[in-house]
Design a protein. Structure first.
Length: 110
């Protein structure tokens, strides 16, 4: 299972969805990562503390489509973002309700 790395925020600029690392995790994720709309929606679900499996279930329920179909569409999202360090393979236990920034990220930015 994958989870959002604490310290990564999703921002929208001129209609583009971007993943941006706070100072606390710049070393792990040094570049701003543009993501497609589907990935941005998935990120929003996962940023609420849900795993990739839970995000697939939410999408499946919302779209009334089989989980296997949704999983196939999002597999590239999960594998790419995990490989680049934006997703972690286990629950970091430091997520906030919005997932926008952890306390660790806020402290590092001060």
């Amino acid at each position: 299972m994958y989870y959002v790395r604490p310290g990564i925020v999703k921002v929208s600029v001129c209609g583009a969805n971007l993943l941006v690392a706070t100072r606390a995790v710049w070393v792990e994720c040094p570049r701003i990562r543009p993501i497609p709309k589907l990935w941005a929606v998935c990120w929003g679900i996962m940023a609420q503390g849900k795993s990739d499996r839970e995000a697939v279930k939410v999408f499946s329920d919302l779209l009334n489509r089989p989980e296997e179909e949704i999983r196939r569409k999002l597999d590239k999202c999960f594998s790419t973002l995990a490989e680049e360090g934006y997703l972690l393979p286990s629950d970091p236990g430091q997520r906030t309700e919005t997932g926008d920034m952890t306390e660790q990220g806020r402290q590092a930015d001060k």
